[in-house]
Design a binder for this molecule. Structure first.
Ligand code: BG6
Length: 490
């Protein structure tokens, strides 16, 4: 394998360093980049938490947990030992001013790249940034990474952005949306802008509608405490699904420059037709799973996991519209949910039918319109459904079949986890794949009236775990004479 370029020497300071995100995603991602030679020998990872561990204790904890979260075949004992040597642990109670001393003593001189990764509750973002500033731990070589959710509505998002913005300049702030680090999501940019084939037809003249689905089989499990105050609209739509919509709908940026891409995404968010009042009832569906069967296993309902009744939605389907010349009249159907029948994330671009059929004996319905499916996970790939002639004599028969680009079959390389790419982009100082303040706030501005309307309109519809969500989600799209794309994971 060709050697990958190293990034600058750095200290990565992870607040919430013993938490679920750090253990499940951040440390495995850093290990993999280290194993592939991208971290310099002197780079360090400093975990901050209230756990009271010393370095040895933290290394032991990581050694025990890492193995469970690494992709199959990527555990290399020598590389793990080397990686563990980079780890340090500092105990800080953020509310305690004197507690910062150990961190001050440990971090390297100000000129070296230092990343503060805030993998903790958003209410701590402001206090942590103030603590960093008060302890003289902020310089122009520092970056701060904010995990979602950035607030729970526009006001709290603004407050967090103000608090963090009073310590760090906007170009030092990296608001992470890990969907932007997924290979297939980046590939969407390549597909659109490195192939002349699609762009001329990427508009309402050729495209009938777009579907974006992120379907999960997992429930909320141990995260019920956080999730119940959030729900699927805040947890998934406000960020991941709207970001995907932006990448599909945006105008071609002049380059992949940090501002060019984000300017174009912002224009899309601002062009979303507001959903308010009665329109929310017509154009959105929210659901909550009850007990059912997922992958043949009995699973409890959401309220049982929470051990309390709740009106929090674990499923959302909605119809959005981008009000501009390119997309006028093209619905974007979005849906996401937990405990559904399949794990599948995909973007489906449904083209319009041919304008006139030249096949006299073939019903128009047999000439299925082209459909482009970008599969984000699992089995990443791109499929373009085309109509072809079935081989054989005795009359013309047409069938739609996919031109299939499977990443696993085409490329030998492992598909990296989103966090691997994004963490190194932070060290490199490249924020193109991160959300800018105005984007986050524009997304909240669109989401908030939906939340307001839901508060007035009763409970979510129940759906049994292991199904495709509430039947109302099917009606939402069928009412418009269209169907959700399901066939590839049937
Ligand atoms: C997170 C959400 O941002 O994304 C989770 O908080 C969700 O609820 C997860 O399960 C999905 O990410 P992925 O990469 O597994 O699709």
């Amino acid at each position: 394998m060709q050697a990958l370029p190293q990034v600058a020497s750095c200290d990565i300071v992870v607040f919430g360093g013993t938490g679920d995100l750090a253990m499940r995603k951040l440390l495995p991602a850093l290990y993999l980049r280290d194993r592939d030679g991208q971290l310099t020998a002197d780079s360090r990872i400093i975990a901050v938490s209230r756990a009271g561990l010393d370095d040895a204790g933290y290394r032991d904890k990581t050694a025990a947990e890492l193995i469970g979260f690494l992709p199959e075949g990527s555990y290399d004992a020598a590389a793990v030992d080397r990686f563990l040597e980079r780890l340090h642990h500092v105990t800080i109670d953020v509310a305690e001013p004197s507690a910062w001393h150990d961190l001050c003593a440990l971090v390297a001189p100000a000129a070296r790249v230092r990343v503060y990764y805030l993998a903790c509750a958003p209410r701590l973002f402001g206090p942590i940034c103030s603590g960093l500033k008060a302890n003289d731990l902020v310089s122009s070589a520092c970056r701060v990474v904010l995990e979602k959710p950035i607030g729970h509505d526009i006001e709290s998002a603004r407050q967090i952005n103000d608090e963090v913005g009073s310590v760090f300049a906007e170009e030092q702030i990296f608001r992470i949306d890990h969907y932007l680090g997924k290979e297939t999501v980046q590939n969407l940019l390549v597909l659109r802008f490195a192939n002349a084939l699609f762009e001329p037809r990427w508009n309402s003249r050729a495209i009938d509608h777009v579907q974006i689905t992120v379907s999960e089989t997992v429930g909320v499990g141990g995260r019920a405490g956080y999730y119940d105050g959030s729900g699927a609209l805040r947890d998934m739509v406000q960020n991941h699904l709207l970001q995907l919509l932006c990448l599909v709908a945006m105008e071609p940026p002049t380059s992949l420059d940090r501002e060019a891409v984000r300017d174009e995404k912002l224009k899309v968010l601002r062009a979303l037709r507001p959903l308010t009042g009665r329109e929310v009832e017509r154009s959105t569906v929210r659901g909550q799973y009850t007990a059912g069967l997922v992958d043949g296993k009995a699973v409890p309902g959401y309220a049982d996991e929470l051990d309390a009744p709740s009106d929090t939605e674990t499923f959302v389907a909605l119809k959005a519209e981008v009000q501009n010349w390119r997309w006028a009249g093209v619905p974007f159907y979005l849906r996401t949910g937990k405990r559904l029948g399949h794990r599948a994330s995909e973007i489906v671009v449904q083209f319009r039918p041919v304008p006139h059929s030249v096949f006299p004996d073939i019903p128009d319905a047999a000439i299925a319109p082209n459909r482009l499916v970008l599969r984000l996970q699992p089995d990443e790939g791109v499929r373009l459904h085309m109509v072809t002639k079935e081989p054989g004599a005795g009359g013309l028969r047409l069938r739609q079949v996919p031109l299939n680009l499977s990443f696993a079959e085409t490329f030998k390389e492992r598909v990296p986890e989103a966090y691997e790419r994004l963490l190194l982009d932070v060290v490199r100082g490249n924020p193109t794949l991160f959300m800018r303040r105005d984007e986050v706030e524009a997304a909240w501005a669109w989401i908030e009236p939906i939340l307001d309307a839901w508060r007035e309109s009763g409970s979510p519809k129940r759906y049994p775990a292991g199904t495709n969500g509430p039947t109302a989600a099917t009606s939402l799209i069928e009412r418009d004479g269209r169907d959700w794309h399901e066939e590839e994971h049937a």
